[in-house]
Design a protein around this ligand. Structure first.
Ligand SMILES: [Zn+2]
Length: 344
């Protein structure tokens, strides 16, 4: 089987992709020059070290430092529109047919309102679908270190965009110091308004955060969930309750959540019957893309073609796309699979 060609051509998804962590470095330099934003250097090669991590950094906290420049760049309508559209263009080039793009609107409000920030990204989502044929939805992130009032404010802004391209809210940021329950009320409100919920949990060694996120925050999916293995009751709970994990293997190697690609528990979770989806987290910060992620899984985790098919199928099934879009995606995926013998 011509696996490289198959991996390129197979319709793929990305349910866990941070916009601010996935901006083209060249675009950041370009915007910095245009808007007189101070960045440490203006040549691409040297600049990359400020927005990409080496394969290993000591912790999630260090990893999160790489978002400082992207956040400075994303403070105008045009810039947010541009980086969103470019992310969709990059997705299209890799045959990603569906992407859920996430960011924290309140990180971009030095000049804009959160409402304007969301509108800028949504305009790109709409045009990206027309121009590149990629279906996208937005996931809006509440930040763990911010007060609960802020996450409730986020839900109040997000609720006006339900059914218009904002599909869900998320809880992101420093998991080690801020447990999920701080934001319980905001997530209850989100459920009430018809917003889906996903939560970063079990990314930094605390499996109990996974259960708290599901039970207290009504999370329908879990971002990462790497550390579920530390508590077998968590593994069983995820399986029994069909709570999918948004796995981002390179990011987990980067943040030292796992020692290496080989040490990641993803294949054991998949074989155990947990619903697994495969995602990038941050294409720029982690210096990856969805095809690289699959290649790592094949090389280090013994993923075979059936595993790949099943995780993509899971992503479509458990995406936050509406029924009509899921039908389109399922059709696209099944017609590709029906002709897969062309790759033998
Ligand atoms: Zn993430």
């Amino acid at each position: 089987m011509n696996l490289d060609k198959l991996l390129n051509d197979i319709p793929k998804t990305d349910l866990h992709c941070h916009l601010d962590g996935s901006i083209r470095p060249g675009t950041m330099i370009d915007i910095a020059k245009k808007d007189n934003i101070n960045i440490p250097c203006y040549d691409l090669k040297n600049f990359e070290s400020y927005v990409k991590v080496p394969e290993k950094c000591p912790s999630l906290k260090t990893y999160l430092n790489k978002f400082d420049i992207p956040i400075k760049i994303m403070q105008s309508y045009d810039n947010i529109y541009r980086v969103t559209l470019e992310l969709i263009e990059d997705a299209a080039k890799l045959n990603i047919c569906y992407i859920e793009i996430r960011f924290a609107p309140f990180n971009h409000t030095t000049k804009l309102t959160a409402n304007e920030v969301i509108k800028a990204a949504l305009e790109a989502v709409k045009y990206g679908r027309e121009k590149y044929g990629v279906i996208s939805n937005l996931i809006l992130c509440a930040m763990r270190h911010e007060p609960s009032e802020r996450s409730k404010e986020l839900v109040n802004v997000a609720k006006d965009f339900v059914g218009m391209g904002v599909s869900a809210i998320d809880l992101a940021g420093n998991e080690a110091d801020f447990p999920p329950e701080i934001h319980k009320e905001a997530f209850e409100m989100a459920k009430h308004y018809g917003l889906h919920r996903t939560v970063h949990a079990g990314e930094t060694g605390k499996p109990e955060n996974i259960i708290k996120s599901i039970k207290l925050l009504n999370a329908e999916r879990i971002g990462h969930g790497v550390f579920a293995f530390k508590d077998s009751s968590v593994v069983e709970y995820l399986k029994e309750n069909k709570i999918p994990l948004e796995v981002c293997i390179t990011s987990n190697v980067n943040t030292s959540a796992v020692d290496s690609y080989k040490d990641h528990p993803v294949k054991s979770y998949l074989d155990h019957g947990i619903i697994i989806t495969i995602n990038t987290d941050n294409t720029t910060v982690s210096n990856t893309n969805i095809i690289d992620e699959f290649n790592h899984l094949i090389k280090y985790q013994n993923f075979n073609i059936n595993d790949i098919k099943s995780v993509i199928k899971n992503s479509i099934t458990y995406s936050f796309a509406d029924k009509e879009d899921k039908d389109i995606l399922n059709l696209k995926f099944s017609s590709f699979i029906n002709n897969i013998e062309d790759y033998n």
